[in-house]
Design a protein around this ligand. Structure first.
Ligand code: GLA
Length: 766
């Protein structure tokens, strides 16, 4: 509900529902933020007013003689330098080369009509209500300059946006314009999701103090270094209890957010695009609309916040055609082949992929131009006939004849210097004046701010999509940008234009975006691509941290997660197939290794595994996600659709002499009886190593032919477990079967060495 309230001659705005609430007071023409967070009643607005009286301190008064008008001490929803607020400012304007203070004052309010939104920027869809508060500049030089603060209320989140409209007759430069500004009361911890290539989204938490904490990116991406999403939580918050805020931005380029506690205890939170090097023209008649900034709140710890964030993304960000639509199990040939393949090899892989249950075959890098390694071909769209003599159409037809969908990898934003595209259009390359070129992965970026470059990409990609009967696109981008400031900002607008033009008219194509793995895992890309390749690191132990970080902000349905080879290509860690699968279950499941080298036991296991995933796919992809109290360094992920609940219990390094493990399940009807069944997993004979000598009639060489042969063709059942009990007992925890500690075997023993895991399905007893 959005309401304007007048009390004792003061204007208030109430924007709230059962999940979040924001209350504003218009005082001195400024928007004071009385509250953002827990749902409160509009009747509370007067009680929330914060009135500080200035004494001898040197604070600046906004109204002469009014000792309550020190903006520096008030909670604000917007601010400008030059009005007496010395906290970080959300806006920077230059007029004739000098910083100028617009001193915006409230003028009106109204709804935001559909046509008022910038057509290129991505937007969240399906707001319950929207309001814009309009402020005009009271600076005598800037008469007509207008600021719109937009508030859109969604079922589980609030979206804010700032729009600057120059109705003055002065040409201005914008050096900073945040999407949103908020001053929140009380103590906080801030959590950011940081990393790098193959190490994305690791959570880091520090207290919010008087020093500023900045979460930003500079490489032209939203970045794997610092995801634009972050959390503010009260000290002591847990998965189930306490107050947490989640913030995010619908933007895929350089971003900036900061948090800092003021001298009177308000934490200023800014969210927006990076102001680094920014100097945008705002000419008379011009307007600049900033990306949408998201805020969600929970009083029930991280689990409550994840539920709100996930619902917002699933229902309001993901393209409509894919909302709650099950994603296919895919096979991707990259880790299995890299650049080395031909049609025969791909068809052999596709047949095996089909046999184990994959539904979509994705041909990754290497199908075009002279692309036999990463030094040539990017930018070209002609099919490499040496590898694919029947072209993409021929391959696609054969894949479809096998009963699978066909998907294709592109990296349209980049060129290799060794490409026809670059030879013909060397001037299309993005560069900063007078320097470079600086290469990364032997690539240069195309300048997406140029209309002719955008046309080339749109025409080239569209022609292939229409000719080759393609159901899925992996849109990759593999290098940091050589530019910053305006150019980097305009590049992302160019990218959004290209994505709109290719995919708006082809809504049934499933787009998976990727940037060297998770270098562009953000809400901007999710407006076009329902899923994102989370990381080139498919080692399940690493993925536990990566996916666990992403879940704070993004639902399982957005996270591409594949089973790959062991030992793993980047960590050389050997992990069981069961764990590789169990981790990939909690995302959009795929398979990505050379199936021609798949052992017969792997084939049996993957077939069972994929069948299990498909049976529970809706719950895995769209079920309500939460975590619950696993002990001894274990991690427990839970998904539930209200009817069935699935828990994954994961171990990293185990210790000897383990304590009894307990299965704890959140949110079940406590009075109902529930049936718990562990997924039946398989176990290689070889895991027992030299212990086998004690059970075989003749001593066997554990590295020898007999054990190797047994491991190829035979596996034992592991970790069988079932129970029936009340939801109350499951909430409190039920003991799991014993772990292997040196002797014995039966099918219910849990052989839980390092990196082992189990998955449990819980349904009502019939
Ligand atoms: C990036 C992607 C990989 C793969 C390669 C191909 O690294 O993240 O998944 O597509 O490019 O070059």
């Amino acid at each position: 509900m959005i309401r304007q309230i007048e009390k004792n001659g003061v204007k208030y705005y109430y924007i709230g529902n059962r999940a979040i609430c924001c209350m504003l007071k218009i005082a001195y023409g400024k928007a004071q933020l009385l509250h953002l967070g827990a749902p409160l009643s509009e009747d509370d607005c007067e009680a929330l007013c914060c009135e500080t009286v200035l004494g001898w301190e040197p604070g600046v008064l906004y109204r002469e003689g009014d000792t309550r008008s020190c903006l520096d001490e008030l909670p604000l929803a917007w601010s400008e330098r030059g009005t007496g607020d010395y906290r970080e400012t959300p806006v920077g304007l230059l007029y004739e080369g000098t910083e100028i203070c617009p001193d915006f004052v409230w003028s009106s309010a109204g709804e935001v009509n559909a046509e008022e939104y910038d057509a290129v920027l991505p937007h969240a869809r399906g707001a319950q209500e929207t309001v814009k508060l309009v402020f005009t500049s009271s600076n005598r030089l800037l008469e007509g300059l207008t600021l719109e603060l937009r508030f859109s209320l969604f079922e589980t989140a609030l979206v804010r946006q700032a729009v600057l409209i120059n109705r003055s007759d002065k040409p201005l430069k914008v050096t900073k314009l945040m999407s949103a500004c908020a001053d929140l009361q009380g103590s906080f911890m801030v959590s950011t999701f940081d990393g790098g290539w193959i190490r994305e989204a690791h959570i880091h938490t520090v207290p919010v103090t008087r020093s500023r904490v900045v979460n930003g990116s500079a490489g032209g991406f939203s970045s794997n270094r610092h995801n634009p999403g972050f959390l503010l939580s009260r000290p002591g918050v847990s998965d189930d209890a306490g107050e947490v805020y989640g913030f995010n931005l619908l933007w895929s380029g350089n971003h900036y957010s900061s948090v800092q506690r003021s001298s009177v205890g308000f934490t200023r939170v800014l969210q927006g695009i990076s102001p680094d090097g920014l100097c945008l023209d705002l000419l008379p008649g011009g307007r600049i609309e900033m990306p949408e900034a998201v805020a969600a709140w929970s009083g029930h710890g991280y689990n409550g916040l994840m539920e709100n964030m996930h619902r917002f993304v699933n229902e309001s960000v993901i393209p409509e055609a894919w909302r709650y639509q099950e994603r296919p199990v895919l096979y991707n040939n990259w880790e299995g082949c890299m650049f080395k393949f031909n049609e025969g090899k791909l068809l052999s892989l596709a047949k095996k992929a089909k046999k184990i249950g994959c539904e979509l075959f994705v041909l990754d890098d290497g199908w075009f131009g002279e692309r036999d390694n990463d030094q040539a071909g990017l930018g070209d769209y002609s099919v490499n006939r040496r590898k694919l003599p029947n072209g993409l159409e021929g391959l696609s037809k054969k894949i479809h004849d096998l009963g699978m969908q066909f998907g294709l990898w592109f990296e349209p934003e980049a060129v290799n210097p060794d490409s026809d595209c670059f030879r013909q259009h060397p001037d299309w390359v993005l560069s900063s004046p007078g320097t470079g070129p600086f290469y990364a992965r032997n690539e240069l970026l195309l300048d997406l701010t140029k209309p002719e470059v955008r046309d080339y990409i749109v025409e080239s990609v569209s022609a292939i999509l229409d000719k080759a009967d393609i159901q899925y696109v992996k849109w990759d981008m593999n290098r940091n940008s050589p530019v910053s400031g305006n150019k980097a900002y305009e590049y992302i607008l160019g990218l959004y234009d290209v994505l709109h033009r290719i995919f708006d008219s082809r809504p049934r194509i499933l787009l998976e975006s990727c940037a060297s793995g998770g270098n562009r895992f953000d809400l901007g890309m999710l407006c076009f691509s329902p899923q994102i390749w989370a990381s080139d690191d498919t080692d399940p132990v690493e993925r536990l941290d990566i996916q666990n970080g992403l879940y704070y902000l993004y639902p399982q349905s957005t996270i591409g997660a594949h089973v790959s080879a062991a030992p793993h290509g980047v960590t050389l860690r050997a992990t069981p197939m069961s764990t590789r699968s169990n981790v990939a279950f909690f995302g959009d499941f795929g398979v990505e290794f050379d199936l021609d080298s798949m052992k017969p036991v792997d084939e049996v296991e993957l077939k069972e595994t994929i069948a299990y995933y498909k049976q529970h796919r809706k719950t895995f992809q769209f079920g309500c996600f939460s975590r619950n109290g696993a002990e001894e360094g274990a991690l427990c992920w839970q998904v539930s659709d209200g009817k069935e609940t699935i828990c994954g219990l994961f171990h990293k390094l185990i210790s000897a002499g383990p304590e009894i493990e307990w299965l704890r399940v959140n949110g079940l009807d406590p009075d109902r009886t529930w049936h718990v069944e562990a997924r039946s997993q398989l176990l290689r004979v070889g895991v027992y190593g030299s212990l086998l000598r004690f059970v075989t009639p003749v001593p066997l060489d554990t590295e020898g032919t007999i054990i190797r042969l047994a491991d190829r063709h035979y596996q034992m059942r592991d970790g069988g477990f079932s129970a029936e009990c009340s939801g109350a007992a499951l909430q409190s925890g039920i003991p799991l079967g014993k772990r292997f500690t040196g002797t014995g075997y039966d099918a219910s023993l849990r052989v839980q060495g390092d990196f082992q895991s189990n998955v449990f399905c819980i349904v009502p007893k019939t």
